[in-house]
Ligand binder design. Structure first.
Ligand code: TYM
Length: 327
């Protein structure tokens, strides 16, 4: 089993990033898988970004990886732009990808909504993501539900390359959790929780202090039925809070429904807030203890280890594609 996944340094990470993705990163590492976890800064610049904050966000995501339990000795933690092979393989895959298949990708349409044209980098974003994954001969990619389409494209591109130029790439499988794959926004539970939503009350930040977490959860939009039960279509707000409570406390949803039969939403929400505060407490403490220097050492070592693997794959791909090797 070889694991690869990435998180964009595009703002403070949310509880959605943690429950949908990072928690799985830690579990997989602890089950003994070889794992590469990248801070995908090249992806973060496909939309308008603040160049004064990108480096800070990059260190923040790397620190949150370590603070969440990813061990930099066992897993490789690195910054995407530190390994040039990602951009190089993306170019080769761009020569294989068809505009027709990229036009079917939903993300660039969502992110570019309202504008007639988008950055070419946003359009080719999924191809760079395929390069990230394929460079490490990844077998499994832990992600939230929103990345499923990108994984399908990755497999299609890998298959196309293998068929045309010879067996080179491993076809990766997505690992999408049953519960938590799509944590919803607190102010509108029909939309996913996102670090780029302009309303900060829509999300829980992994570094939010306890009082703020409590305030945001107490204000979360629910319904007027008054019964705590899991029905994502009919009751998206309460179902989202149940998923969050279940993942934060380790108690299955069915058991929570039994425990909260007849309990009002106010008391239920207080317990959800408490469970989230407790789940994030050790992560926040570990985060605070990590210095910029310490994380930069982790990233320097990670880049070296990632480069060794990525360059070997890239050399093989370039040879199969027919480029004259440089001597
Ligand atoms: P990004 O930075 O948007 O999100 C990082 C991870 O968090 C998951 N996620 C969620 N899961 C559940 N509920 C939510 N509300 C929620 N919001 C985000 C995402 O599914 C993701 O797993 N394209 C990727 C980054 C990437 C990548 C890769 C991932 C680049 N290259 C290679 C895997 C493999 C992204 O935008 O993630």
């Amino acid at each position: 089993m070889i694991i690869f996944s990435g998180v964009q340094p595009s703002g403070e990470l949310t509880l959605g990033n943690y429950l949908g993705a990072i928690r799985q990163f830690v579990d997989l590492q602890n089950r003994g898988a070889a794992a590469y976890y990248s801070v995908v800064d090249l992806h973060a610049t496909t939309v308008e970004h603040d160049p004064r904050r990108l480096a800070e966000y990059t260190r923040m995501v790397a620190k949150l990886y370590v603070a969440s339990g990813i061990d930099p000795e066992r897993s490789v933690i690195f910054v995407q732009s530190h390994v040039p092979a990602h951009s190089e393989l993306a170019w080769i895959l761009m020569c294989l990808a068809r505009t027709g298949e990229l036009n079917r990708m939903t993300q660039f349409k969502e992110k570019g909504r309202g504008s007639e044209s988008v950055a070419v980098g946003l359009y080719t974003y999924p191809v760079l993501m395929a390069a990230d994954i394929l460079l490490y001969r990844t077998t499994h990619v832990p992600v939230g539900e929103d990345q499923k389409q990108h994984l399908e494209l990755t497999r299609d591109l890998a298959e196309r390359f293998n068929r045309t130029y010879g067996e080179t790439f491993v076809l990766p499988e997505p690992l999408i959790p049953d519960v938590g794959a799509r944590i919803m926004a607190l102010d509108d539970p029909t939309k996913k929780m996102s670090k780029s939503n302009p309303n900060p009350n829509s999300r829980i930040g992994l570094l939010d202090p306890p009082e703020l977490i409590e305030r945001k959860i107490m204000r979360a939009v629910t319904d007027s039925e008054g019964t705590v039960r899991y029905a994502p279509e009919e009751k998206p707000g309460i179902s989202n809070l149940l998923a969050i409570l279940s993942l934060s406390s380790g108690i299955p949803i069915a058991e929570l429904e039994r425990r909260y039969a007849g309990v009002g939403y106010g008391a239920f929400k207080r317990d959800v807030a408490q469970a989230v505060v407790e789940a994030l407490r050790p992560i926040q403490a570990a985060y605070a203890a990590l210095s910029d220097d310490a994380i930069e050492r982790v990233l320097a070592d990670g880049a070296e280890r990632a480069r060794a693997v990525a360059e070997a794959t890239l050399a093989e791909v370039k040879a199969r594609f027919g480029y004259l090797p440089s001597t």
